[in-house]
Design a protein. Structure first.
Lengths: 279, 317, 344
């Protein structure tokens, strides 16, 4: 029986500094062993626990899509012991992985529907994975209109800048980028993400709203999606709580009786409304 | 023990009625025999919950920190000394607290009483004059109160509050002075014997931090045991970790600890902290002539520097 | 198998025989405390006790567990898990409340989706012999939460104290195997009728009662009620209630490094510590002792029930007896049960 606490080895292939303050980096990882890679089947929205032996383990949402095999990507914001250790690592170095964990986005229910993605700051990483999944040539036709609202505090803090440019050129999705504060080079929208979403007013008909970002952004976005007519069953949030085991045993990440690691991290607003408002 | 309960209630009633305080912190009867428990009163109508008896052994000055209200505190001698230290350490202002001082004749160590009963559960306990009447299933026992006081109460030299705004009773006689004879005696043992003793004690530790959380002077927002960058000590119950925790906490209390015994009373495993803390109390007295919590004007020796401070340990370690 | 008689005066010798085949853990006296410890001779067992200071939860879920050791941070393939135990283990003389914890911990550690191999390796071979409570404490409320002073859940054998002897009731096949060929006499009808009396008297003597019916729904209703602030105000947020609880199961995972090697360990943790939910950003969903103590009650009496169909408490009463400020779970639950919903 597989011991769920043992990490599998992975090699850092590439490190991309995402933000101008250098506090967010994306790591591309590859498995040592082919069978580990074959067994690691995941869907966007799931996460994994990355280990730096001697420092600890921390959970990170999958930033890559399973439609892009051969690499697993995680976007890491430098905040604590493990993330700082990761940030100090270079390509070629080894880390451990446990996963995939969590429930992921309910992709089947998205088929045939319009998808409105509203993401802010660092929370955008799993939404980026989902976007790449949906945009994959094998899948694009399964989904309806895709609109993406994404913003950061300043242009330098936007993640995945190259990809954003590519997406901006596509005809099969609507991309609405914004920053709280522009700079000399920024020619795009200025304003907070919820305000832009409200202004553009994507239709709620036959659509799901997927929201992910810092608590303050979520707080102001939820009334907007409500006004736009999205019912709580069709608003999805990816929750973040401090986690350790990722298996629903250590007791740490619960909201009410749900464990974010095991029953989440993706929840509908309807589900969250049933839980104690601990947040 | 004279019944001070009524005088405490009267003081609380008046203070609340005149709106001189918004909160009274004191004690009420517990849910188990030999227990009283901290209580928080905000309405005049509730003051009858307040009691004073030999089971009021929590140090309620713990609850003063980080509060905005004006508070009246039912304060025994040792508690008043921690209030003095808290004021000196700027955790609250003197104006914020009205001290209802209670001259104290010592509190009962219920664990010692329970330990003696072994398999006979105590169902009721009552204080009568200077005795404690215990009742069990089909048995009664009458104990001499004085024989079952907490060890910190037996060594107490400040039974009367050192500061107060209201005093609910006549002062009680103070003990002449702490001879620290137990510390001197322990000091005659060899270093290995002493190490073995402390190893044996901290071996019982389960890292519940009841000692730290019960101590009014442990109010740091981030305790050194919780810090991760850098991590000072491990989180396990291995002796290398627990010994460091207890030694460092004792040293953090040097020059501040008033030997109220709250740590010892909170510990479920019966660890003897006071040997360590009393050694430090004794050394601070010897080296700096300072007794913590007795004067609002004296600065704690480890919070300041005098040119004539002893320095032998620097030049001849 | 018919119930057997184990004479009290033979129990030390009986344990000596078991020691040849098992590592035996039993209540022992350590200064003033009764704790569970490994014994090397039958005489060390101290069976005339009310209940131990700490429950024998460590038999299944130790406070410190090495998950794995590593010798090189560059080569995760050199990770090693600790070797399995040697002789099979036997827990002797536990109380029925403490033994029931295995039913609850099984739900957590041996679930459908994930199985904790460390827990399973301890649980599967463990033989548990319990001693029923002929004199329940006034703080015991096992009968309110689905247990009882002579509950057999989690046990292989239940010993019933009828004076000079124990009547040993077999509960499981493993218990049967243990008692076979030990030369113990069958219990006669007179002893068996004493058993009935002892059980009846013990159950009738239980004074503590907590109303559990409808409690989970009530707790959900009054989640935001200001009464929580009042009930939790004196709580020190230490870990006494958690670490002395037979059913608490929260833990932390940390790495300890030494040069290029080290280990990953799991250690007990408690939702009562502020650090438990503190995020690296500094945000804390449970910032004060009110939220943290509320979590304890909600988890044990609602969330655990929602997830696993059982109350997350066995009514042993340790938290009642040992809380440094006398936060009494029975009192808290009674107040909450009776709380009428506060109008918004």
């Amino acid at each position: 029986m597989r011991n769920p606490y043992l990490p599998l080895p992975m090699r850092i292939e590439r490190v991309v500094v995402e933000t101008d303050d250098r506090n967010i980096k994306t790591f591309s990882l590859s498995f040592f062993h082919e069978e580990d890679e074959a067994n690691f089947t995941y869907i966007p929205g799931q996460f994994a626990e990355l280990s730096v032996l001697g420092e600890g383990e921390a959970p990170f949402g999958m930033a890559s899509s399973p439609t892009q095999p051969g690499r697993l990507e995680f976007t890491v914001s430098k905040a604590g012991v493990v993330t700082t250790a990761l940030h100090n690592m270079e390509p070629g170095e080894i880390i451990g992985i446990r996963g995939p964990l969590g429930n992921g986005y309910p992709i089947e229910t998205f088929k045939g529907k319009n998808i409105v993605i509203i993401g802010g700051g660092f929370g955008f990483s799993t939404l980026r994975a989902l976007t790449n999944y949906m945009l994959d040539s094998h899948h694009r036709n399964s989904f309806g209109d895709i609109s993406i609202f994404y913003g950061a505090r300043s242009p330098g803090l936007l993640l995945y800048k190259d990809e954003l440019q590519e997406w901006g050129r596509r005809k099969d999705l609507g991309l609405y980028l914004t920053v709280d504060r522009g700079d000399n080079g920024w020619k795009g929208r200025v304003g907070v993400v919820p305000a832009i979403a409200k202004e553009v007013a994507p239709s709620a008909e036959n659509a799901y709203a997927l929201v992910c970002g810092p608590p303050i952004m979520i707080k102001f976005t939820l009334p907007v999606v409500h006004e736009l007519g999205f019912p709580p069953e069709r608003v999805l949030l990816s929750m973040e709580m401090k986690m350790k085991c990722g298996l629903g045993m250590c007791g740490r990440c619960n909201i009410g009786h749900k464990y974010v690691c095991r029953d989440g991290p993706v929840f509908t607003l309807a589900q969250l409304n049933q839980l104690p408002q601990e947040y | 023990m004279p019944d001070r309960s009524e005088r405490i209630r009267e003081a609380a009633r008046t203070l609340l009625r005149k709106n001189e305080v918004e909160l009274v912190i004191g004690f009420e009867g517990g849910t188990l025999p030999l227990h009283s428990t901290p209580c928080f009163i905000r309405k005049e109508g509730e003051v009858d919950r307040l009691v004073w008896n030999s089971f009021c052994d929590n140090n309620v000055s713990k609850y003063l920190v980080k509060r905005q209200e004006r508070i009246a505190l039912v304060t025994k001698g040792c508690d008043s000394r921690t209030v003095v230290e808290l004021i000196k350490e700027k955790q609250l202002s003197r104006e914020q607290v009205i001290i209802i001082g209670v001259p104290c004749q010592g509190l009962i160590d219920r664990r010692r009483i329970e330990g003696k009963r072994e398999a006979r559960e105590i169902l009721g306990a009552e204080e009568k004059d200077n005795q404690v009447v215990l009742k069990g299933a089909g048995w009664t026992d009458v104990l001499d109160r004085d024989k079952y006081l907490h060890s910190s109460c037996q060594a107490c030299t400040h039974r009367n509050p050192v500061i107060y705004d209201i005093l609910v009773g006549e002062g009680v006689e103070e003990d002449t002075g702490d001879s620290f004879s137990d510390i001197a005696e322990f000091g005659t043992k060899s270093p290995q014997e002493r190490w073995n003793y402390f190893s044996h004690e901290v071996d019982k530790c389960i890292r519940c931090y009841a000692c730290r959380n019960a101590c009014p002077l442990c109010y740091c927002g981030e305790c050194f045991v919780d810090r991760t960058r850098p991590q000072w000590i491990g989180k396990t119950t291995e002796i290398s970790d627990t010994m460091i925790f207890h030694l460092m906490r004792a040293f953090h209390m040097a020059g501040r600890c008033v030997d109220c015994g709250a740590c010892e009373r909170a510990c479920p495993m019966g660890i003897d902290f006071r040997k360590l803390t009393r050694k430090l109390v004794h050394d601070v007295k010897e080296l700096y002539g300072y007794e913590s919590g007795t004067s609002l004007d004296e600065v704690a020796p480890l919070a300041t520097f005098q040119p004539d401070d002893p320095e032998e340990f620097i030049l001849s370690p | 198998m018919k119930p057997k008689i184990l004479k009290k005066r033979d129990s030390a010798r009986f344990l000596d025989k078991l020691l040849r085949e098992y590592e035996v853990f039993a209540p022992v006296k350590r200064e003033d405390l009764v704790v569970f410890g490994r014994i090397h001779s039958g005489k060390e067992a101290f069976l005339d006790y009310m209940n131990s200071k700490m429950p024998p939860k460590e038999m299944l879920f130790p406070q410190l567990e090495i998950l794995f050791t590593y010798t090189s941070i560059d080569d995760p393939s050199k990770i090693e898990t600790p070797p399995s135990a040697g002789k099979p283990r036997l827990l002797f003389g536990t109380r029925p409340c403490d033994a029931r914890n295995s039913l609850l911990l099984d739900k957590v550690f041996d679930g459908e989706q994930y199985k904790d191999t460390y827990y399973r390796d301890r649980r599967a071979p463990l033989v548990v012999v319990g001693i029923g409570c002929i004199q329940p404490c006034p703080t015991c409320f096992c009968t309110s939460v689905g247990g009882g002073p002579f509950s057999r859940e989690g046990l292989d054998i239940l010993l019933i104290d009828i004076g000079d002897d124990y009547v040993a009731q077999v509960v499981s096949d493993r218990g049967k195997k243990l008692l076979e060929r030990r030369g113990l006499e069958d219990a006669g009808a007179d002893k068996l009728s004493l058993v009935k009396k002892v059980i009846r008297d013990a159950e009738a003597s239980m004074t503590s009662e907590v109303k559990i019916d409808g409690l989970a729904e009530k707790l959900a209703e009054i989640y935001d009620d200001p009464i929580w602030g009042l009930l939790t105000e004196k709580c020190l947020n230490c870990g006494v209630c958690t670490y002395l609880c037979p059913t608490c199961h929260c833990f932390d995972i940390v790495d300890e490094a030494r040069d290029s090697g080290g280990k990953r360990i799991r250690i007990w943790d408690t939702c009562q510590f502020p650090l438990f939910t503190l995020q690296a950003s500094g945000a804390n969903p449970r910032p004060t002792n009110k939220e943290r103590l509320r979590q304890r009650f909600m988890h044990k009496f609602k969330y655990f029930l929602d997830n696993y169909g059982q109350i997350g408490c066995v009514g042993c009463g340790r938290c009642v007896r040992e809380c440094p400020v006398n936060v009494d779970i029975r009192q808290v639950l009674t107040v909450l049960s009776n709380r009428l919903e506060v109008a918004p």
